[in-house]
Design a protein around this ligand. Sequence first.
Ligand SMILES: O=P(O)(O)OC[C@@H](O)[C@@H](O)c1c[nH]c2ccccc12
Length: 260
Amino acid sequence: MDILEKIIARKEVEVAEAKARVSVSQLEHRPMFDKAPFSATKWLRNPNKTGIIAEFKRRSPSKGLINGESRVVDVAEGYLKAGVSAMSVLTDTDFFGGTFDDLCAARTVVDCPILRKDFMIDEYQILEAKSFGADIILLIAAAISPQRLKELAQFAQNLGMETLLEVHDEQELNTHFNPYINLVGVNNRNLKTFEVSVETSIRLAELIPNNCVKISESGISDPKTIKELKKYGYQGFLIGENFMKTNDPAAAIAEFVKEL
Ligand SMILES: O=P(O)(O)OC[C@@H](O)[C@@H](O)c1c[nH]c2ccccc12
C-alpha cells in the first residue's frame, strides 16, 4: 500500500466512527453551519491580495515534524496580516497532526476563506467542514473515482462551498475534472515519490479550463517562483512548510510577501 492508500483506508474508519458519534442533524445545528461561505475564487482573483493560500501544518508523511510549537491563532493572525487570499488548515490528525480545534481556532481570527485540508471521501466530511466554518473543500483526484469526486463537488456546491480539485498530471485532470470544480490545484509534490517539481505546474497550466482559478501547490519557497508561475496564469499559491518550518511563521510570511 502506498501512503495515499494508507491514508484513505484510515479515513474510511474515521468517517464511520464520526458518523456513529455525531449525527448529520447535530452537524447542521452547530453555530457555524449557517455562516455564508467566503468565495475563494473571488478572493484569489482580487489583485490587492497576494494570492497566497497559507497553510497551518504541524507535520507530514514526507517531512515528519515541521512545527510542534506554534499556536494556530498566532499563525493565522500573521497570515491574515500578510495579505493572504485564503488559509488552509489540515484537519487530519494521524498523518498531519491537525485537528478540528485548529480549524475552529483559525475561524475565530481570520475573515478570509478557509480550506479544510483533509482527504475527503464522503458527504459527511463536507457537512463537518461547513459546521466548523470552513469555506472550501479539497478533492484529490488520486484518492477517489471521477464519479465520486463529481458527486462530492456537487454536494459542496449545493451547500454554497467551493471545491478545489487537486491533480498531479494530465491524466488526472482529464479523468476527474467536472463542471462543479471552481479551483484546480496542481500538486508539485509527487505523492508516491515525494519529489517536488514546480515544472509540473508549468506543464499543466494551459490544460486547466480558463473559468477555474489555477493554483500551484507545494514546494514553493521563493517569491520568484510565484512571479514565474503568474506568467502561466496561476492566481493561487499554496504554501505550508516554507513558513511552518520556522519558529515564527507569522514573521516568515511577512518577510516573504515583501519580495512579491
Ligand atoms: O508544505 P508545502 O510544500 O508548501 O505544501 C503545502 C501543500 O501544498 C501540501 O501540504 C499539500 C498539497 N496537497 C495536499 C493534500 C493533503 C495534504 C497536504 C497537501
